[in-house]
Ligand binder design. Structure first.
Ligand code: UDP
Length: 373
């Protein structure tokens, strides 16, 4: 059986890397090739090198003024010769990016079976300013097989009349990736200059609060509130160190550096490579973020997460109690952060909860499912 695994952004690469590895281990049964659209370039390459994956095809599509029209067209057009030459039986796409949507259309045209990994997430708001909900819905409408991280995402697909036998609940492959990575970055033989540099930033006598934020819905007033909140937490808790790898988007950089630079227990640093970020999550006490992936990862390392969003397409984490949705309202974030920083019982309760996003066996489940077809 021939597999073609296609992805284009950093989060997709992280979540598809363990699947690539799992299929490559079964080389007697599967011929597996990897195609990257490189919708994001540098951050994607870092992830591939960490997971020791060399793509077979690199469409190299990132351009300075990328727009959705040309990106979608370029992905479909550039995949055609690859699909025609390799003739995969199965094409794997992940999540909700333009690569996901366009690659599923191209794969469908080629006649390959389309397998959607991280299938069935829904916000039910297709008219939001962002294309993700429509991207994942299109991939879902096209896919022949749907690998859903949770029962909730499976139910969303059943509600769209997808046949039950085409859906497998696997947990999220991000946990497979995290387990591999957490072990690799803490092994004695692993050396990484970024992690060495971080070791001199982390003050091990303090409780480390790790912060990330990049979401467009928080640009403007959202980030102003977030910064003023972080300042208050830092000033109220002298035994806390906040480390914030600041996203490179100027709409994030400007308010963050203007409002938070120079506070002695807040360290603003550049965005981290995935291995360094995994290492830092491992060192942290509490994580405050608006990232989707981090909400899924952190509970596997026993780290409570406060989510600075009003809504989430990850309701399982909220229901399981591993994350707490705090919006960008200052008083709510400060209250929850202080509760976790100062109430040991509340902290240990939240940090020992079962992660609803899986146990690191998602890729094995996908390989077994495809092997039986
Ligand atoms: N991440 C990283 N470096 C950072 C911040 C995040 O490698 O400085 C990783 C993180 O572990 C997670 C992924 O990037 O796997 C999440 O990406 P992001 O927050 O950009 O996107 P989202 O998950 O919100 O789509």
């Amino acid at each position: 059986k021939k597999n073609l695994i296609i992805f284009g952004t950093r989060p997709e690469a992280i979540k598809m890397a363990p699947l690539v590895k799992a299929f490559l281990k079964q080389s007697g049964t599967f011929e597996t090739r990897v195609c990257i659209t490189a919708q994001h370039r540098e951050m994607l390459d870092q992830v591939l090198s960490f997971f020791e994956i060399t793509p077979d095809y690199d469409l190299d599509l990132m351009t300075p003024n990328q727009n959705l029209y040309s990106l979608t067209a370029d992905i479909i057009t550039n995949l055609k010769p690859i699909l025609e030459e390799f003739k995969p039986d199965y094409v794997y796409v992940h999540g909700d990016t333009t690569t996901t949507m366009a690659a599923s259309i191209a794969a469908f045209y080629s006649g390959a079976k389309v397998c959607h990994v991280e299938a069935g997430l829904r916000t039910f708001n297709k008219r939001s300013p962002f294309p993700e909900e429509v991207n994942r819905s299109i991939a879902g409408a096209i896919a022949d097989y749907h690998f859903s991280p949770t029962a909730t995402s499976k139910q969303n697909l059943l509600n769209e009349n997808i046949k039950e036998e085409a859906i497998l609940v696997t947990g999220n492959t991000v946990i497979d990736a995290l387990q591999f990575s957490a072990e690799k970055v803490t092994s004695e033989t692993y050396s990484d200059i970024e992690i060495d540099a971080l070791k001199s930033v982390v003050d091990s006598s303090k409780k480390l609060v790790l912060v990330t934020g990049h979401r467009r819905e928080n640009h403007g007033q959202g980030f102003i509130n977030i910064c003023s909140t972080l300042k208050e937490i830092a000033l109220q808790n002298k035994a806390v160190q906040i480390i914030y790898p600041v996203h490179l988007n100027p709409k994030v950089q400007k308010p963050v550096y203007e409002l938070l630079e120079g506070i002695h227990n807040i360290q603003l640093i550049d965005p981290l490579s995935y291995p360094a970020f995994v290492w830092l999550m491992g060192q942290s006490y509490l994580i405050i973020t608006d990232s989707g992936g981090v909400q899924e990862e952190a509970p596997s390392l026993g780290k409570p997460v406060l989510v600075m969003r009003e809504t989430t397409e990850r309701p399982e984490a909220v229901a399981a109690g591993t994350v707490c949705l705090v919006g960008t309202d200052k008083s709510k974030i400060v209250t929850e952060a202080n509760r976790l920083l100062n109430n040991t019982e509340a902290y240990s309760e939240m940090s020992t909860l079962h992660n609803p996003y899986g146990d690191g066996t998602s890729c094995q489940k996908i390989v077994e499912f495809i092997s039986k077809l």
